[in-house]
Ligand binder design. Structure first.
Ligand code: PLP
Length: 338
């Protein structure tokens, strides 16, 4: 089901094969519609996540360019940075990570894992995402001057090349849905730098049918994210020779579950995290997958979707261990004596 040109794009296998598609019987009963889950939160590399699919293509390009070091940027709890650090370890490459925060008093969550995977972490202070991407250019030049051949990966691994990893993932999902004889109407997922939404859109166009893509915006404002996804989808389609272009009006996003800002937990996301944990024993996180899950629950409870739906679990659970994000147990009496 892959476009022939996609099959020809060099790829390093990192994810460990197709990720499982599973039915969620107890969660489905609790929300009132059949829900399936695409388990990109588990895999062979590190603590997995959607970023691994992008890195399969980005790192093949890095290897082809003879890169000696991977250089990337992100927030303190960036899943993308952690995934890049683990992939660099797998491939025996140096990894330099610029984090747009002040150094915390102790490493936790993804930051701890970055260090465990051997990444060289540099704290840039609280920079905007645009400033961080600019810092990437400067650091890349400095590494080059020091004799390295750096391969710079922008925020979230969101480039046209990275996005085709999700196009491949969409084709994988459609095969699994056909095998399970499930006709799902929507795929719901967290959307931040846009590469995941873009790749899934391209995958749907490539396959020619399948569930609609519904990204839940967890970082960017209406308009901005649609434009970025459009540009990424058009770039990705160009790489695999798909004769299709998108306009921003074709990108459907849920902008109702971001809450006050990126990384600020919401009561709805915390409730969704608790529900998934207690009905299925599966973890979601407060920054990305929890907000997307809250969006999915609202789709069902508002009567907008009666299912079956697919929740694309993009990973991110290390942030559960950073108290900065607040615990999804907040408000409950937590016993610490047993
Ligand atoms: C766990 C998780 N889910 C979803 C996303 C969003 O993916 P994208 O940046 O491709 O929109 C990210 C990005 O950082 C993420 O870490």
């Amino acid at each position: 089901m892959l476009a022939p040109a996609l099959d020809r794009v060099p790829r390093v296998a990192l994810a460990g094969g197709p990720t499982p598609l599973e039915y969620l019987p107890r969660f489905s009963a609790a929300v009132g519609a059949p829900v399936w889950i695409k388990r990109d939160d588990i895999g062979s590399l590190g603590l997995a996540g959607n970023k691994v699919r992008k890195l399969e293509y980005l790192l093949a390009a890095a290897q082809a360019a003879g890169a000696t070091a991977l250089l990337t940027v992100g927030a303190l709890q960036s899943n993308h940075v952690r995934a890049t650090a683990s992939a660099a370890a797998r491939l025996g490459m140096r990894c330099v990570a610029l984090l747009g925060d002040d150094r915390p008093s102790a490493p936790v969550g993804n930051h701890l894992l970055d260090l465990l995977f051997g990444a060289e972490v540099e704290f840039m202070g609280p920079l905007s995402w645009a400033e961080l991407d600019a810092a990437l250019v400067g650091r890349s030049a400095a590494l080059q001057a020091a004799g390295e051949r750096p391969f710079a990966i922008p925020m979230g691994g969101s480039t046209g090349l990275g996005a085709i990893g999700l196009a491949r993932g969409y084709a994988e999902l459609v095969d699994q849905l056909a095998e399970a004889k499930v006709e799902a109407g929507r795929v719901v997922h967290a959307s931040s730098s846009g590469g995941t939404s873009a790749g899934l859109e391209v995958g749907r166009a490539m396959v020619g049918h399948g569930p609609l893509i519904c990204g839940v915006a967890v970082a960017k404002t209406p308009g901005v994210l649609e434009d970025e996804i459009t540009a990424l989808a058009n770039a990705a389609a160009g790489i695999i020779g798909l004769d299709r272009t998108w306009s921003a009006a074709e990108i459907h996003l849920d902008h109702d579950h971001l809450g006050p800002a990126y990384g600020v937990p919401t009561a709805e996301a915390s409730a969704a995290i608790r529900l998934l944990a207690r009905t299925e024993g599966i973890l979601a996180d407060p920054v990305y997958s929890g907000k997307a899950l809250a969006g999915l629950i609202d789709l069902v409870r508002s009567g907008s979707d009666t299912g079956p739906l697919v929740f694309w679990h993009t990973g991110g659970t290390p942030a559960l261990f950073d108290p900065h994000y607040g615990l999804p147990l907040a408000g409950e009496a937590v016993r610490t004596d047993d």
